[in-house]
Design a protein. Structure first.
Length: 120
């Protein structure tokens, strides 16, 4: 599917949005990378199953690795004058991060439920 080129006004807005997303993501990348590198300690947690720990570790790395990929795709879409794809790739790390937060809350809820109910 080929997207049509966008109007100059829409491209100007896409460039401003891409610049803002780039600054935000480059600021957040080192912190998220350190969080991902430190997440291996979850495997030592006796209250967490191996599967749950590996899922959380994988989610940490996905959040980190989606940022450079998205930045590349966002700016290459802008260079091809495709404003819609620029906006989609700009929002992609934010969407993945919200999914990550939701899944972290779900794992925390499952963990607290197990702690409250006790072993069966």
């Amino acid at each position: 599917m080929r997207f049509s080129t966008s109007s100059p006004d829409n491209l100007q807005f896409a460039k401003c949005a891409a610049t803002v997303w780039t600054i935000l993501y480059l600021f957040a990348l080192p912190f998220l990378l350190l969080k991902a590198l430190a997440s291996h300690s979850l495997l030592q947690d006796p209250t967490m199953t191996h599967f749950s720990a590996m899922t959380l570790i994988t989610m940490n790395y996905v959040v980190v690795f989606i940022i450079p990929l998205s930045l590349y795709k966002m700016w290459s879409s802008y260079a091809q004058k495709m404003a819609l794809k620029t906006h989609v790739f700009g929002l992609l790390p934010l969407i993945v991060f919200f999914i990550y937060i939701f899944l972290r809350i779900e794992f925390l809820d499952l963990f607290l439920q197990r702690v409250i109910d006790g072993p069966k």
